[in-house]
Design a protein around this ligand. Structure first.
Ligand code: HEC
Ligand code: HEC
Length: 411
């Protein structure tokens, strides 16, 4: 679903100061209007009605390591409250890992060559493109996913939830006992789902009985899709968007500091951030080549991640990634598809001055060559990105902090 979005770029000279004063009032008004013109909505309007009982059952499965065949990893292992529903690692550490958060980097886990995405708003209205490369994409006429014509559900979140449990390295092993399932295909996924279901009946009997009763079905008729439905219901409830300080500023006359307002005007104006980070989730849910450096071995190996190209095989999509939504972004460092940027400031700078944060001389030849290709892929899109000085970067970062909410306090 697309929201009616009118891009509006305000060019403005800013007043300097710390506390918002009467002189800042016109700027506050311009910022409110810019947010509205670019599709910001009160978060309640994004909420999709969800069966509470089913969501409560889903929590048990989200937190259960028995959802993985070797019983060692749960959704929760990587999607942690302490890291804003991510894991604080550059690349996720999957099957055979130990511990939580950054401690996993020192365990024997298989590296999943992407930065863990947070889950905020992923069950909300209109959120229809999932994963860094959009491998689940319901934004067009036909829903696109690895499942082809046998898409598990018209609900994109529910379809996305089907993938982690059968994703090699993430929740299943790629050798040993599972070598038979080595190639990922819909048929093999179905066989794996059957095995996971048998395992859940053996190990999570109480939750399975609960699931059966909440769906009013006998246990024998419960399928893996029902478990996934409950997890999707849980994500939809638990990680729904709540109003941030910025929402309160726009919709309820809440206050922001002068610096936050200035940062907001840079976001909607000179920084041109809203060319891509637009709409109620601060993402157009489309794909752009923004030349963030690569960290780790990459989805395509040898330190390479072709991004969207992996899904479409269209050379025009090389190095493109889905614009990340920005709600709670201050909680989810490190940044980018491979977590290569440690701070928000670095992430903002990397858009318009890609070489500032990296040492090209110490990179290997292949890595440097690949990185120049990624920069070249930006092409004409570079004009979508604004150029900021250090003070402006600082201010826009202050603004990004107004997009946080503490979901525990707002229960
Ligand atoms: C090993 C760590 C790990 C585990 C375990 C894990 N995830 Fe994730 N999750 C990730 C990573 C990494 C990504 C980004 C992958 C990508 O886009 O290529 C992600 C992305 C997602 C997304 C897409 C979010 C978006 O913005 O598009 C959803 C939904 C999700 N995970 C749900 C789950 C569920 C449900 C489970 C359990 C069944 C789970 N994850 C288990 C690491 C993990
Ligand atoms: C041309 C579209 C585009 C524009 C303009 C743009 N961004 Fe981005 N932004 C992206 C994409 C795509 C990524 C992810 C790149 C990657 O991971 O390789 C990203 C990543 C980010 C991240 C890291 C988020 C995360 O969760 O990892 C932040 C923060 C961010 N942008 C803020 C901004 C700000 C602030 C501006 C304006 C100064 C801006 N962006 C302008 C497309 C854009």
């Amino acid at each position: 679903m697309k929201f009616g979005i009118r891009p509006l770029l305000v060019a403005i000279t800013l007043t300097i100061g710390t506390a918002a004063t009467a002189a800042d009032k016109p700027f506050a008004e311009i910022l409110r209007n810019a947010a509205l013109a670019n599709g910001l909505l009160p978060t309640k309007q994004l909420f999709v009605d969800t069966d509470q009982h089913l969501g409560a059952v889903g929590r048990a499965f989200f937190e259960s390591k028995n959802l993985s065949l070797n019983g060692r990893i749960a959704c929760r292992t990587c999607h942690l409250d302490a890291f804003g529903s991510g894991d604080g690692l550059p690349n996720a550490v999957g099957i055979f890992g130990a511990g939580e958060g950054p401690a996993r980097a020192f365990s024997e886990g298989k590296i999943v060559p992407r930065n863990t995405l947070p889950l905020w708003g992923r069950g909300g209205r209109g959120f229809d493109v999932f994963f860094w490369d959009g491998k689940v994409d319901f934004s067009g006429q036909r829903p696109l996913s690895q499942f082809g014509a046998d898409v598990p559900s018209p609900d994109p979140l529910l379809t996305a939830v089907h993938l982690p449990p059968v994703e090699i390295r993430e929740m299943i092993d790629d050798d040993a006992d599972l070598s038979r399932f080595k190639t990922e295909s819909p048929d093999q996924a179905q066989r794996l789902y059957a095995r996971i279901l048998t395992r859940l009946v053996e190990t999570e009997r109480a939750a399975m009985d609960d699931l059966a009763s909440s769906l009013d079905k006998p246990l024998a008729e419960i399928a893996f899709g029902d478990v996934a439905r409950s997890i999707a219901a849980f994500i939809r409830m638990e990680f729904r968007l709540r109003d941030t300080a910025f929402h309160q500023f726009v919709f309820e006359d809440g206050q922001l500091s002068a610096e936050e307002i200035q940062g907001g005007l840079i976001f909607y104006g000179k920084g041109k951030c809203v060319n891509c980070h637009t709409g109620p989730y601060f993402s157009d849910l489309r794909f752009h080549a923004v030349p963030f450096p690569q960290l780790g071995f990459g989805k395509n190996g040898f330190g390479i991640d072709y991004g969207r190209f992996n899904v479409t095989f269209d050379p025009g999509d090389l190095y493109k990634f889905r614009t990340p939504p920005l709600i709670n972004v201050a909680l989810t460092a490190p940044y980018g598809h491979s977590g290569s940027l440690a701070t928000l400031e670095e992430a903002v700078v990397a858009h318009f001055d890609p070489l500032r944060n990296i040492q090209t001389r110490t990179m290997g030849l292949l890595a440097r060559h690949e990185y120049f290709k990624a920069i070249a892929a930006v092409g004409q899109e570079f004009k979508l990105i604004g150029l900021l000085n250090d003070q402006e970067v600082k201010r826009v970062t202050k603004f990004l902090h107004t997009l946080d909410f503490n979901h525990r306090q707002s229960e």
